[in-house]
Design a protein around this ligand. Structure first.
Ligand code: 3H9
Length: 634
């Protein structure tokens, strides 16, 4: 039989093996679905084959459906059809799972009679992050296997279930040392004969009343996300609805949600996150430098948080402050945070011990001498920062990357204080608490390409989403938030109450934050010029963000409109299901946004002058990104 390149096949005794080989992540696109279906049919027709095994790539059993097909439509065989084929086949199928087993990949595994896992197996339903629910049986089969509350938790949190927990939950029959060991076990099972064990034949264990608390938790955290409501509905249905009927409901709901604005917005964020990691103008052969040791200078709460972040990522790090009292405060603060994390179950003893061992504290700047990357944290004073960089320039080894953390100081001026401006870059860790996943990476005029490449590659190791930005006061995020904050303040001065502003934005899914709330509370309210509606409040706040975002694009500070969306979703609590401010504006229609902005300009003055990029995009009927690449803004 001729084998398509998306799979490989092999016969091992009575076992027919189908290797899924659709790099990079075994997304279940049309070609792979067809290949699996054909190979499965062929093995079913072979009288010497008693069972069939599906084996993924070592790190990717499958990342699920091919998300790119969601916008273009899918061709048969659909995943649901391949799954139905496996379930109805005369021979049992086993899933041998290493690495990622996500979404439709997880559902493919649930269609199998037996799942064997390698220790690196990771099961997850990420559909909720795409504004959807599992659409190929997941909402109906997972509860039958692990119970309703556990299934709902897995579906609505999109959390990963690692091999050990998967075995405890009954998601897999066994964890074997690696895929080869799993193949040997499957081969022996095939020879001995396998009893069919379809999950669909089971009833959900426990009583439906157990769902009440789980549903309340899920809906409480939903912040208006439609898919969560539907996931709750689906899992409840599994208790008392025949499998076929439940799956038909799930299929319809999946199609309906897929067409929703929320799902479109979340798919936009998924691809925007990946796009943001790419630097378009880096030469292809740019090799990142090796980073094995870090130093952080400045032991205030920001510096301590950054040092903890490096230690957590497995990198030895020294936290330096020439003020001995500050170092002692940092030592106590770090110990307290780690103890809290351990006591709260966020980290186990051995992991904590390893992190502690990786973090040293020192009062000597010379302790940075052997570091590959040195982050200067905490200072917002240019003279002081230049002095630190000049000292680091003298102390640090050649090739060390010198990083400023901060959003206000001019990085080009900081770089000038050194003899190696090519090694100077910015990493803006948004908050000291280390919980914010955003990292704005700031490229100065003379930052070397390999330094950019190194820091962009370092960010995911630190569990951060990088977005490359240029030099300006506030960078992208804070500069836009300032414009937003100013508008909030003006609204309050015009007579809106802080509660009204809060409610208007919370209804959209945006939390204005304590700082802004405090700022509003101190403003002097005037009698309202006219009653301010929630809709107007929302538009004024959002369009200030969008107009400022357009200016940042024009100035080349932000590379892509979608980068701005990533910054707001990862750093400023903008709801994923709105896709970010720029996506939201494009979804509403740029011409409508511009009409509003012109109206506010007439009414409220020059702070509402529309960005030329926005005007040109509307005039030429282009997206913001397309307008950026067409001729220069007049
Ligand atoms: C689903 O399954 C629905 C079903 O319930 C029902 C169906 C009927 N499709 O992230 P990376 C691309 S919904 C298409 O950089 P990593 C990605 O864009 C699906 N493309 O690697 C990138 O491309 P590029 C549920 C995909 O190692 C490249 O692969 N599944 C898909 O950091 C490498 O990705 C999900 O939502 C996909 N499914 O992380 C899983 N996945 O190089 C989403 C990846 O051109 N995926 N790509 O930029 C992930 O969570 C991560 O990609 C994963 C790998 C953890 C798998």
């Amino acid at each position: 039989m001729s084998v398509p390149r998306q799979i490989g096949t092999e016969t091992r005794g009575a076992l027919g093996v189908i290797y899924l080989r659709n790099a990079p992540v075994n997304a279940l696109g049309h070609a792979l679905r067809t290949a699996i279906s054909d190979a499965h049919t062929a093995f079913c027709a072979d009288p010497d084959i008693k069972a069939i095994a599906l084996v993924g790539l070592p790190k990717f059993f499958s990342a699920g459906a091919d998300i790119r097909e969601f916008a273009t439509g899918r061709k048969p065989p659909l995943l649901t059809e391949v799954i139905a084929q496996i379930e109805a086949a005369p021979k049992p199928t086993l899933a041998l799972i290493g690495g990622v087993c996500f979404g439709g990949g997880f559902e493919l595994a649930l269609a199998c009679d037996i799942r064997l896992a390698a220790p690196n197996a990771r099961f997850s339903f990420p559909e909720i992050r795409l504004g959807n629910i599992p659409g190929a049986g997941g909402t109906q089969k997972l509860p039958r296997l692990v119970g309703g509350p556990a299934a709902l938790d897995i579906i609505v949190t999109a959390r990963e279930v690692r091999a050990e927990e998967a075995a405890a939950l009954g998601l897999c029959a066994e964890v074997l040392p690696d895929l080869e060991a799993a193949l040997l076990r499957a081969e022996a099972m095939a020879a001995a004969g396998i009893e069919r064990q379809p999950i669909g034949a089971r009833a959900v264990p426990g009583d439906i009343s157990e769902m009440d608390a789980a549903a309340e938790t899920a809906l409480g955290a939903a912040r208006g996300a439609l898919a969560v409501t539907r996931a709750v509905e689906g899992v409840r249905m599994a208790y008392d609805t025949p499998l076929e009927q439940g799956q038909a409901w799930e299929r319809e709901t999946f199609i309906e949600l897929n067409a929703s604005d929320q799902s479109r917005a979340q798919r936009h964020v998924f691809f925007a996150e990946r796009e943001a990691r790419k630097v378009p103008d880096l030469p292809r052969d740019t090799a990142p430098r090796e980073i094995t040791r870090a130093a952080v200078v400045g032991a205030d709460s920001a510096g301590a948080g950054i040092a903890m972040c490096f230690a957590r990522a497995g990198l030895p790090v020294v936290l330096i402050d020439t003020d001995a009292a500050q170092i002692e405060r940092a030592r106590a603060r770090i110990a307290e945070l780690w103890d809290q994390a351990r006591d709260g179950g966020g980290i186990d003893g051995p992991t904590l011990a390893a992190q502690r061992a990786r973090l040293e504290l020192s009062t000597e700047l010379h302790a940075a001498a052997s570091a590959d990357v040195v982050v200067a944290a905490g200072s917002e004073d240019m003279t002081q920062t230049q002095e630190i960089f000049s000292a680091l320039d003298r102390i640090c080894k050649p090739g060390a990357i010198l990083v400023n953390n901060g959003a206000t100081l001019d990085l080009d001026s900081i770089a000038q204080a050194t003899t190696r401006p090519g090694d100077v870059i910015g990493m803006h860790f948004l908050h000291s608490d280390d919980a914010v996943p955003l990292l704005e990476v700031v490229r100065a005029a003379r930052t070397a390409p390999e330094v950019v490449a190194t820091v962009m590659a370092l960010a995911p190791r630190l569990d951060k989403q990088p977005v490359l930005v240029g030099v300006c006061d506030g960078l992208v995020g804070n500069r836009m938030v300032r414009a937003f904050g100013r508008e909030v303040q003006m609204l309050v001065e015009e007579g809106a109450t802080p509660d009204q502003v809060d409610a208007a934005l919370a209804g959209f899914g945006v939390d204005i934050g304590q700082q802004l709330r405090d700022a509003c509370a101190g403003a002097q309210g005037q009698p309202p010029r006219a009653p301010l509606t929630e809709d107007e409040i929302r538009r004024r706040c959002l369009w200030q963000l969008v107009n400022t975002g357009c200016r940042l694009l024009e100035e080349g500070i932000a590379l892509r409109a979608s980068d701005i969306d990533v910054i707001f979703v990862h750093g400023y609590g903008f709801p994923r299901f709105r896709g970010g401010p720029m996506h939201h504006a494009e979804a509403v229609g740029l011409s409508k946004v511009l009409a509003d902005i012109r109206h506010y300009q007439e009414m409220l003055g020059p702070r509402w002058a529309p960005a030329p990029l926005l005007e040109r995009a509307v005039r030429e009927g282009l997206s913001l990104d397309a307008a950026m690449t067409s001729e220069a803004v007049a």
